[in-house]
Design a protein around this ligand. Structure first.
Ligand SMILES: [Zn+2]
Length: 207
């Protein structure tokens, strides 16, 4: 397989587009897509295509264009917020597959609920996209290892840059815990030369 052979499904592209539109507005997103240029993420293109999928390279380009347009800090803030906004669109699209609305899941104690939720969520990426995720639980923390990551695909950076994933996981924890806030931080990134992108999530809430 060559680098160009990895994809997000069109549905995932639409979820990212809706998340971005929520934080930047339709015009802001249009301007961003023209700047890149990233026709693949436009509403017309996403709605028109039947089997069309989005190459990882374009997902990486979307994040780097955000930083180019708004500066590293501004781009990071927007990506985090867009990631959080994406969660509910993802739930709408894939929620029935996750099974985490079931009673047995709801009755689990919080740390087990968070870890089970993370495993089920990782499975969704593994089965429905070319992104590869492993989850591990250690010392009251969950480690979300992204072994193949679209967000920093073909990018180089001094610091971790997969902010969209951090925002998405923050919101997932908030939702699963029924409104609690947790420390979530990306501690390793392929763009920095690490073997995987790693997002650490505390299982003990901040509030
Ligand atoms: Zn990454």
């Amino acid at each position: 397989m060559s680098a160009g052979d990895f994809f997000y499904p069109r549905k995932m592209g639409m979820i990212i587009l809706l998340g971005l539109e929520e934080v930047m507005g339709v015009n802001g997103v249009d301007a961003l897509l023209q700047l890149a240029p990233l026709e693949e993420f436009s509403r017309q293109s996403l709605q028109a295509g039947k089997e069309q999928a989005i190459p990882f390279q374009k997902v990486g380009l979307l994040q780097s264009t955000l930083e180019q347009a708004y500066g590293p800090r501004g781009g990071r803030g927007l990506a985090l917020r867009a990631g959080r906004a994406c969660f509910k669109y993802g739930l709408r699209e894939y929620g029935s597959l996750l099974g985490i609305t079931e009673t047995a899941f709801r009755l689990l104690p919080l740390p087990a609920k968070l870890f089970t939720g993370a495993r089920v969520f990782a499975d969704l990426f593994n089965r429905h996209t070319d992104q590869k995720v492993r989850v591990e639980e250690k010392d009251f923390k969950i480690f979300w290892h992204i072994d193949r990551c679209p967000l920093c695909w073909e990018r180089k950076a001094d610091e971790p840059i997969c902010h969209l994933a951090v925002g998405l996981l923050q919101e997932a924890l908030y939702w699963v815990s029924g409104g609690k806030v947790f420390h979530v931080e990306e501690t390793a990134c392929i763009a920095r030369g690490d073997p995987a992108c790693v997002i650490l999530m505390d299982q003990t809430p901040l509030s």
